[in-house]
Design a protein around this ligand. Structure first.
Ligand SMILES: Cc1cc2nc3c(=O)[nH]c(=O)nc-3n(C[C@H](O)[C@H](O)[C@H](O)COP(=O)(O)OP(=O)(O)OC[C@H]3O[C@@H](n4cnc5c(N)ncnc54)[C@H](O)[C@@H]3O)c2cc1C
Length: 348
């Protein structure tokens, strides 16, 4: 049985950020990933400006080729109730497919940590000397453990009440000749779909939708007139990928046994906030070197306010049309719009 300073479960942005940060601080780190890279992942692939500095730091020399090529997203457009609301994004956000991003981070981690792909952590035991992690055929020990296994895994899922809304995520890449440099959010009753350029005349279309309203991207496109119109000439380039359920619950950054939860394993922020990857990178990097008390305090101060703001905006989309219209007319003021976006972003 091998002993480590830190075991990280899950090789998405949160897990790779934790592993890279701890290894650079000379910790002995084991990073476990159930799947295999590269792989497509349901995501809008919008990297908020707040994440880019940390991403550059984590990627090191690999940052320049990857991020220089990435399209800049300079504005967001909201298509709702037949109206379009535009808000600038300054500094610009980046657009990087998860097929590329997650593998790039994983490769950096591989250079400095023990990394295992296709190795699922089946269970975790907490003893007086630390943690034991069991896979099908092996077990490892560590002083500290970061659970970065995502929104819905064998280590993070909880009971889903029968009455909970059944949200589904779907995404695919499409050919579009000249996509504008914007993240475009098309709302409809029961969900929304984000579209943004990913370079080389391609766009990513990614929807969050009530499973009773639509279960394919074609059905989603038909729900919003502007989106239907835009998507008519698209050619599909990747097999659609889906994920469910999408569950919103109160974030829990630390477990009773002292496991630090990073990224979606701690809490899932509404995707339209566009801050999930930023939160994953930040919380992973923070968890790598923190005590449970410090981490919980940091999370409450820097991340929780973004969750609360995103939940308020989600409620707004579900309110009667006249309330939405009133709120949207307030958001036509550029300063108000910039403030509203800022509230949905994590800090630190
Ligand atoms: C519809 C939708 C759209 C989104 N759009 C955006 C967006 O545009 N911008 C943005 O910033 N965020 C977006 N997000 C959120 C973003 O995708 C997540 O916040 C981000 O992926 C979280 O990263 P993570 O590392 O915590 O988890 P993940 O990326 O989910 O990584 C977890 C990893 O853990 C592995 N794993 C699970 N269980 C085990 C186990 N037992 N053992 C070993 N490995 C395991 C999984 O295979 C996975 O690779 C979106 C999410 C959805 C659903």
């Amino acid at each position: 049985m091998s002993a480590y300073d830190l075991i990280v479960i899950g090789g998405g942005p949160a897990g790779s950020a934790a592993a890279i940060t701890a290894a650079r601080a000379r910790k002995r780190v084991l990073l476990l990933e159930r799947g295999r890279f590269p792989r497509h992942k349901v995501c809008g692939e919008f990297i908020s400006p707040e994440a880019t500095e940390l991403l550059r730091f984590l990627l090191g020399d690999a940052a320049k080729p990857l991020l220089t090529m990435a399209p800049r997203v300079t504005r967001s457009r909201f298509f709702l109730d037949g109206r379009i609301l535009t808000a600038p994004i300054a500094p610009p956000a980046l657009s990087v497919p998860r097929f590329v991003l997650d593998e790039a981070l994983w490769r950096i981690a591989q250079q400095i940590c023990d990394c295992r792909q296709e190795t699922a952590a089946d269970s975790v035991v907490h003893g007086h000397r630390g943690f034991q992690v069991h896979s099908k055929n092996e077990r490892w020990e560590s002083a500290a453990l970061v659970n970065a296994s995502g929104r819905w895994s064998n280590l993070t899922s909880t009971h889903l009440p029968a009455t909970a809304p059944r949200w589904l995520g779907i995404k695919a890449h499409f050919r579009e000749a000249m996509p504008p440099p914007s993240v475009d959010l098309y709302f409809f009753r029961g969900g929304y779909c984000g579209v943004q350029p990913i370079g080389d005349g391609r766009v990513n279309a990614c929807a969050m939708v009530d499973a009773g309203v639509a279960s394919s991207l074609e059905q989603v496109f038909a729900k919003n007139h502007d989106l239907w119109h835009r998507s008519r000439d698209w050619k599909i380039l990747t097999e659609p990928v889906t994920t469910a359920p999408l569950v919103f619950r109160t974030p829990a950054p630390v477990s009773d046994s002292g496991v630090l939860h990073a990224g979606d394993a701690a809490g899932f922020i509404d995707p339209f906030a566009g801050d999930g990857i930023a939160i994953a990178l930040r919380s992973g990097a923070k968890a790598a070197l923190s005590s449970s008390g410090d981490y919980a305090r940091w999370y409450t101060r820097e991340v929780l306010p973004a969750f609360r703001a995103a939940a308020r905006f989600r409620k707004l989309v579900e309110t009667p049309r006249w309330v939405r219209r009133a709120a949207l007319s307030l958001l036509r003021n550029q300063r108000m719009a910039a403030w509203a976006v800022k509230t949905t972003r994590s800090r630190g």
